[in-house]
Design a protein around this ligand. Structure first.
Ligand code: BGC
Length: 421
């Protein structure tokens, strides 16, 4: 797809074209369970970098950053908390009409039961600023970070703690009021559980299968409770989770490969979705990856990998969407999709393939109402730190200056063309 292409497209006029961020990854100046973890682990992570990443194709480019402890500390991050107006200008430059961001629970309720009016005001200001620009907000309530007091109580590992999240959800949504319609309660529950309770990459860095399953179920319960509380305020709120949905497929016709792919897909998607789908007004989908399975093993081709060494299969988004549609028959919004690409080499290709994949899925009956690229700007990529560059806009961390990458300027022209604005 080119910017001046007159290829017929099937995107409705009201389709949401946007970019996504998460508070802790861009705001800077947070204090939550992640902040503590970062400071405790930065030195060790820097020391281990050579062992962990040296087989990456990107290693030569990233090594000096990856070996520095500061890389693993979010610090001022993209300073989005102070510079959000500038960032919203970027959305406008790309002719976007939507923006997904998360509200930081640890700012809003820094101590149990203490509500910070200024923090709430900040997010209300953000909403006003988006409204002035005719940009539809989508607000995430839990995007991997927790207030320290909540984490100290055991976080989502205790079912009785879910009430604190529900209380937060109810209160913040009522305070944000009519400025928002689209709500994501929980971002990528499965990724959170995997990294925090199985692989030990994220706080609280436990390795306990039973606990992981328990937390997973509690998150499903948390979504249902929060969705009920939000719908209790008004049915005009459209609520979902953002489901990380990788596409698993058999690399050959063997019975074992097909069965393994089916089981992997069930565990990755359906186990959780079945528990929440009746409490979702649409289905939020984060799509980044495909996994090819031979026998019972993942075996991806390494022909095209991004800076994080993830195999790139953007066109497969079509099959992921079609499968979810057949299974759940819900309107889908792509709540995240993107790649770490510091040289901006593959982003244009990735977005083109993605748009074509969405188009084909729509032609085959999938109802898609929006696409949010991950991410608006470069940001703090969790355990990897600052070096992976997911941004449509590049950030010069020494000055804070943001510059739209060439692919982003091109994407902006594509959106303009599709939206006819
Ligand atoms: C998460 C983001 C993350 C992105 C890239 C998603 O799993 O929601 O927070 O930065 O993927 O890894």
């Amino acid at each position: 797809m080119t910017d001046n292409s007159d290829r017929k497209h099937s995107f409705p006029k009201r389709f949401l074209w946007g970019a996504a961020t998460a508070a802790h990854q861009v705001e800077g100046g947070n204090h939550n369970q992640w902040t503590i973890w970062e400071l405790e682990n930065a030195k060790a992570k820097a020391a281990q970098a050579s062992f962990i990443y040296d087989h990456y194709d990107s290693w030569d480019r990233i090594s000096s950053e990856a070996k520095r402890p500061q890389n693993y500390v979010s610090g001022v991050a993209a300073d989005h908390y102070n510079r959000y107006e500038e960032d919203f200008d970027l959305l406008q430059k790309m002719h976007m009409n939507a923006y997904r961001f998360s509200v930081e629970w640890s700012r809003i309720e820094p101590e149990e039961g203490t509500w910070d009016a200024q923090a709430v005001m900040h997010y209300r200001d953000q909403l006003l600023s988006l409204k002035k620009r005719d940009i539809e907000p989508m607000v995430t309530l839990f995007h991997f970070t927790l207030p320290v007091w909540f984490a100290n109580k055991g976080g989502f590992a205790k079912r009785s703690n879910v009430k604190y999240f529900t209380r937060f959800a109810h209160r913040i949504v009522s305070e944000l009021g009519s400025g928002v319609r689209l709500i994501i309660t929980i971002n990528e529950p499965e990724v959170y559980v995997m990294q925090s309770y199985l692989t030990q990459d994220w706080p609280p860095a436990e390795r306990n299968r039973l606990k992981a399953l328990w937390v997973y179920n509690n998150l499903a319960y948390a979504h249902r409770q929060a969705a009920k509380a939000i719908h209790g305020l008004s049915r005009r709120y459209k609520v979902s989770i953002a489901k990380h949905s990788a596409y698993f497929y058999a690399g050959d016709d063997a019975w074992l490969s097909r069965m393994s792919a089916g089981i992997a897909q069930y565990i990755a998607d359906d186990y959780f979705l079945k528990k929440v789908i009746r409490h979702c007004d649409f289905l939020g989908v984060n799509y980044y990856r495909t996994f090819r399975i031979y026998g019972y093993r993942v075996h991806e081709s390494e022909e095209k990998v991004n800076d994080l060494h993830w195999h790139m299969g953007p066109a497969d988004i079509q099959y992921a969407l079609e499968r979810l549609n057949t299974k759940y028959n819900k309107t889908i919004i792509l709540t995240e999709n993107g790649l770490a690409d510091g040289r901006d080499q593959d982003r244009k290709w990735w977005i083109t393939q993605t748009i074509l994949g969405m188009q084909k899925a729509m032609e085959n009956g999938v109802n898609i109402e929006g696409y949010f690229h991950w991410s608006l700007t470069d940001n703090f990529e969790w355990a990897f730190g600052m070096w992976p560059r997911f941004g449509l806009a590049e950030i010069d961390y020494s000055t804070g200056q943001r510059t739209l990458r060439p692919s982003a300027r091109w994407f902006g022209r594509v959106i303009k063309n599709i939206r006819g604005v």
